[in-house]
Design a protein around this ligand. Structure first.
Ligand code: 2HA
Ligand code: ZN
Length: 268
């Protein structure tokens, strides 16, 4: 067997957690990441027929039964993932109501408390895009700050972000879905997030953070950092008198030039 600690999907995953930590988005145990893996990616690293133990999920997601995921652990700190992946991460196979642990959570731990939102979002995104693989949850500073000063509607939030950087409408033409404050870690917030994920790859949890979806770690991280960059510009300019903006007409010009299908009804 090859050493899973040398697998590129694992080293990339751990490096992503470090980047998010260093950007100040994932304090303490904040944030969680899940990456869907194909059996072929894991064969040679793990015996997939030899689970270490079984962990109850507390919900079911039938469309993902049998699927494999690399997932951050509950209570674990992003800053520690790279130094000790085997304690802070786990590889699980989703079952009916339990998951089989195939590797990791070495200290007896379990997957993130946000597994419902992750798996329900994976299911929703896979329906929209068969190439989908990654869900990232994070607490990016300026995105969170924006949820205190911008009305919590998909349209107003999206338009405010699109206006902040020219590339925004190109990177997330689907916009951002916005949820009101809800209790995290529950099946309810999972269901609400997945409902938004049917048509958005970014979902904001008011006064909490951001969920982002994508087909690989880089793309998903790139989406997260682009939303956060726009939010930073928004918050830096919010207390000032704004003399200029990207107009709706200019947003249309960008979308046309880059040939992206965007939510036209989000412009005035
Ligand atoms: O796991 O970010 O939303 C820590 C969190 C919960
Ligand atoms: Zn969180």
């Amino acid at each position: 067997m090859k050493n899973i600690l040398t697998a590129k999907f694992l080293t990339d995953f751990a490096a992503t957690a470090s980047n998010m930590y260093r950007l100040g988005w994932d304090e303490r145990n904040g944030g969680n990441i899940s990456l869907m893996l194909d059996e072929s990616e894991l064969s040679g690293y793990l015996n997939l027929n030899k689970p270490v133990r079984t962990i109850p999920m507390g919900f079911s997601e039938p469309s993902l039964e049998g699927k494999l995921f690399l997932v951050t652990g509950t209570g674990k700190y992003f800053k520690n993932v790279e130094g000790d992946p085997e304690t802070n991460l786990g590889v699980i196979r989703v079952g009916k109501t339990d998951a089989e642990l195939l590797w990791g959570y070495k200290d007896g731990g379990r997957f993130t408390s946000e597994l419902p939102a992750h798996l329900m979002s994976h299911a929703a995104r896979l329906k929209a895009d068969p190439a989908h693989r990654v869900i990232m949850h994070s607490h990016p500073t300026y995105t969170l700050a924006m949820t205190y000063v911008v009305p919590l509607t998909d349209k107003e939030f999206t338009r405010a972000l699109w206006q902040m950087c020219t590339e925004c409408i190109v990177v997330f033409p689907d916009g951002v879905g916005v949820l009101p404050w809800m209790l995290c870690g529950t099946n309810e917030i999972g269901e609400a997030t997945a409902e938004k994920m049917a048509s958005y790859r970014s979902v904001i949890w008011a006064q909490h953070g951001l969920y982002a979806a994508g087909k690989d770690l880089d793309e998903t991280f790139g989406l997260l950092e682009t939303v956060e960059k726009a939010a930073q510009i928004y918050m830096l300019t919010a207390p000032l008198k704004r003399l200029n903006t990207i107009t709706d007409e200019q947003l249309e010009i960008i979308a046309k030039a880059f040939k992206v299908t965007y939510r036209k009804d989000f412009l005035k």
